[in-house]
Write a new protein. Sequence first.
Length: 400
Amino acid sequence: MLYTLRASRRLPATVTSMKKLPVLLIQALAVAVLATSPVHAAHAAHAAHPSSSKKKPITKSRSVKAKPGQKARSKSKAASPAPEFANFTQWQAVNGFIDEMCRDHGFERDALISLFGQIHYLDSVVKLINPPPIGTVKNWTAYRARFIEQRRLNAGTKFWNRYATELDRAQQEFGVPAEIIVGVLGVETMYGQAAGKFRVLDSLTTLAFAYPETANREPRMAYFRNELKQALLFARESNIDPLSLNGSFAGAIGWPQFMPGSIRRYAVDFDGDGKIDLRNSAVDAIGSIASFLSQHGWQRDQPLVFPVHVTPDRPWPSLIGKSLEAKFSRDELRLAGVIVPDDVPESHPYGLFDLEDGSHPTRYLLGTQNFFAITHYNRSYYYAMAVIELGQAISRHRNR
């Protein structure tokens, strides 16, 4: 595997439809996405199949009575976005949120009451957001195999060929090479084919006010409450019906799976049509991914990762997973017991990370700032490596 990629080289990407991922893998990806500052990071509309701009009719289902602050119960399957009605306007926390949006952002209370009266509680979202069971074995080989496969190579090559001009322009403007952008789009939504069918307001409201009982419940609810606010602001700024926004079960939107806050902070109008549309514009998605990575420390023409080995009984474990940044010199890593090859440049700082691989030996690698820029898109090291390797594989497929 060719890990010592340089950012100026071109390599592309592809991915399996998220619909076919097992629930545990979806959960692992989602937890990583939610902890990020993006996007998304952890699905909206395909350019060839744009979302309808019309408001979708509200699905009638068995009414569930819930006291304010309590969550309604659903018998829907975890993988299905089937809604349950819950009168969120009777929830004390929701009314407090409505008050805040009116006071701080000038929304009309009656309009928000009407809107939240149409929002559904999704029990499937609560189930999917739960972390994997304790003791779940991580397996890099199995994880990688879901993304590096022929269907994705074909789709990634087709996408790259179609948008080669725009990908080159993104690299020139932001310094992010085509293979990384194509890799992200392949892993996230299979180039818009698996952008998600959950109503974003249903997902975000459910997670903001009925997050499952976990150790990090309060900060997670605060995160989703902020993303709900960002979704409402984004819809108002874009003059779109907020109920028309579809995405992942965690509320990520569009080809690149940006969370609403990331759309407002990092997305760009790269096709020059006067609006940012990550649901229907592959070109806006290309520019927005490059913009996001650039603003999270991407360095033009910097390498990405280098495989290393470690020695026993040394302090190197204390260097793993401390932060999403490269901050150790080559000499510091060697003193901690990392066997760093001589061809690893002295000129860059690095971070040490590991990839557990089932029954196989754990892999150890050094990541530059560019590697860690990808982990700001999704905090998982596995995710970042899948993006890189998918890009490599598509580049080879495209150039053979």
